[in-house]
Ligand binder design. Structure first.
Ligand code: S5P
Length: 266
């Protein structure tokens, strides 16, 4: 089925080109999975793309946790991701003032040149989104910002009032691709979806087929429940990259997310 039909008002009410690129990728790959590729060597990262590329729609990186990072190796890795039809999402969680965030898009990692999406906290105010967008413009590229509206970790300080403020600023900002919501708590996610409406996407970490508490305060909810509660993308890390059979697990997450999406569309 066509992406515009499947996504309905999420498609028609979203004006950001990058959001439609993602929505089309989901339908092509029949997967709402973004892999959190939290491995610490270039070889391990490349191996992950080879194994799970067909089952995921996007790839989330933490460029600063790679031990043997080099510009050439990273550029080869990004080409591999493009060949595997993946959006690249650098989870940098920017939080500084607009002008500094713009500069942080360059520097040694030069995130603006390869990332399609980045995360940001809105704690410093709305100019951070303009700063990040200016970073992409500086190299003639376009990208989208995912604002952290909720978090999956226990005891986080993104309380409902804060979430509401992030949503009211972000939903009207053209540079905002969507919001990070808490995949471990479907009831919180439903409230977030109500506040966001259909004009922006919601991506959710804190998702695992084994529901419960994870390492160091991480919390996990079920992929199907997250999608039914309004998530447009499940961000899965250790559930895939630490599995004995990453490809088999990636397929299981792809199927769970896609089936829930189809159920949501009916
Ligand atoms: O609230 C959040 C926001 C993010 S982006 N909680 C998170 O866990 N994340 C990220 O999602 C985190 O940085 C990690 O890369 C991924 C979750 O990985 P997992 O191994 O717990 O699935």
């Amino acid at each position: 089925m066509q992406a515009d039909v499947m996504w309905g008002s999420r498609w028609s009410e979203n004006s950001l080109a990058m959001a439609r690129v993602y929505m089309e990728a989901v339908c092509r790959k029949q997967s709402l999975v973004c892999l959190a590729a939290d491995r610490s060597t270039m070889a391990e990262l490349e191996q992950l793309i080879d194994e799970v590329g067909p089952y995921i729609a996007a790839l989330k990186t933490h460029v600063d946790l790679v031990d043997d990072w080099s510009p050439d190796a990273w550029s080869a890795f990004c080409s591999k991701a493009a060949d595997a039809d993946l959006l690249i999402f650098e989870d940098r969680k920017f939080a500084d003032i607009g002008g500094i965030s713009r500069k942080q898009m360059s520097g040694i990692y030069d995130i603006r040149s390869w990332a399609d999406l980045v995360t940001a906290h809105l704690i410093s105010g709305p100019d951070i989104v303009d700063g990040l967008q200016a970073g992409w413009s500086d190299v003639g590229r376009q990208g989208g910002v995912l604002l952290l509206a909720q978090m999956s970790s226990r005891g986080n300080l993104l309380v409902p009032d804060y979430t509401g403020n992030v949503v009211s600023v972000g939903k009207n900002h053209a540079g905002v691709f969507g919001f990070i919501g808490n995949g471990s708590r479907p009831e919180e996610l439903e409230l977030l979806r109500k506040a966001v409406g259909d004009g922006k996407l919601i991506w959710t970490p804190g998702v695992n087929l084994a529901v419960g508490d994870g390492e160091m305060g991480q919390r996990y909810g079920d992929p199907r429940e997250a999608v039914l509660a309004g998530s447009d993308c499940i961000i899965v890390g250790s559930g895939i990259h630490k599995a004995a059979d990453p490809a088999g697990q990636a397929k299981a997450y792809a199927d769970a997310s896609w089936n829930a999406f189809v159920e949501r569309c009916e």
